[in-house]
Design a binder for this molecule. Structure first.
Ligand code: AHM
Ligand code: MG
Length: 334
């Protein structure tokens, strides 16, 4: 049969079911959850593609979120999209995101909804108003225990508890990349079909790449070991800098072409900027599944047990060899 046509028929939901090779209840659930995430991605992509043509889509709301960051209208829209989409799924009882102080409960789903969605609705918010790449990051966990007191204590566990994770990249085309612990697969939205179609199965990250991706404007705020690493890069042939302001796009480039993305802590803020549960851990799951690594510099990201929902961690993620190089500067000073 026609290879291209076969591929056109491999939609995301079909792929999830194939991956699990069963029509068990869990497989059906995961397929339905991924479908809902895809729907959220399509809604956000649609709005972004017309943002410049509509009133009231771009710019700030005037509010400041729990992280102390100014909230953009797109952040609010995208956050609400995920809530609306999962209200109707029945499967998710709780959602936790960068934009919400506390987890959001959907009481009507809680008797049956055994899953929690953790997400960053808009990654790279600063790119919103200039028509540059953005992302959404997601992670799904199975609820542990009854959570009757609504403290969501079970979410304070390590990243190995994720059962699915990935991201949506809003670039020239919209892509969805996911893992359920069986490799990493990418899909491209075909707007004429309204479907995410398989682009690449079992993506493997190269062991080394030339890209290093970091905000060097923070140089003088870093620990000496990080500065030494950057000095090493500057004096060594074969490195090239790429930093877009949206780590989903930077890390996607690294997934495909190799290299390393860094958001280290500073002397003032050793924990850095990125949030563990809905930014670093899901991306770490994806990159590990593709054969790469993700670390704080001292421990694997997927081993870190957070003390609070919005906990931040330093992040060094990408190709094995390139991550090891940064690690050796942090741990041994060279
Ligand atoms: P956001 O989710 O609030 O947009 O923050 C995450 C983003 C990353 O996508 C990006 O790599 C980083 O923050 C950029 O931060 P900075 O401007 O400090 O370099
Ligand atoms: Mg964000």
């Amino acid at each position: 049969t026609d290879k291209a046509l076969d591929r056109d028929c491999t939609t995301l939901s079909r792929h999830v079911l194939q991956q699990l090779q069963s029509f068990s209840a869990d497989a059906q659930d995961l397929s339905a959850l991924m479908n809902r995430i895809a729907l959220a991605g399509k809604l956000i992509a649609r709005r972004l593609s017309r943002a410049g043509l509509m009133e009231g889509v771009l710019g700030f709301t005037g509010e400041v979120n729990v992280q102390g960051e100014s909230v953009k209208k797109m952040d609010v829209y995208a956050n609400d999209v995920f809530i609306s989409v999962f209200k109707q799924s029945g499967l998710v009882c709780r959602l936790a995101s960068e934009e919400m102080d506390e987890p959001y409960y959907i009481p009507e789903n809680c008797p049956i909804g055994r899953y929690t969605l953790l997400y960053d609705p808009i990654d790279g918010s600063s790119n919103t108003d200039t028509n540059l790449s953005l992302g959404s990051i997601f992670s799904i966990r199975q609820q542990q225990g009854d959570d009757n007191d609504r403290q969501a204590k079970d979410l304070l566990s390590n990243g190995r508890k994720q059962i699915a994770a990935g991201y949506i990249l809003y670039g020239p085309s919209t892509m969805l990349v996911y893992t359920i612990g069986k490799g990493v697969h990418s899909f491209t939205l075909d707007p004429s079909l309204g479907e995410f179609i398989l682009s690449e199965e079992n993506i493997r990250i190269p062991n080394h790449g030339s890209v290093y991706s970091v905000n060097e404007g923070n140089f003088w705020q870093w620990e000496e070991s990080m500065r030494e690493y950057i000095r090493y890069v500057h004096r060594t042939e074969g490195y090239t800098a790429r930093y877009s302001g949206a780590m989903v796009s930077d890390i996607h480039r690294i997934l495909v072409q190799g290299g390393v993305f860094l958001y280290p802590g500073t002397i003032q803020k050793p924990e850095g900027k990125l949030r563990l549960l809905y930014e670093s851990a899901p991306l770490a799951f994806v990159i590990e599944q593709a054969g790469g690594r993700a670390t704080t510099g001292l421990v694997d990201i997927l081993e870190v047990v957070p003390k609070k929902l919005h906990q931040r961690t330093p992040l060094i993620i990408g190709s094995k060899e390139d991550v090891a190089k940064v690690e050796s500067f942090i741990q041994n000073g060279h």
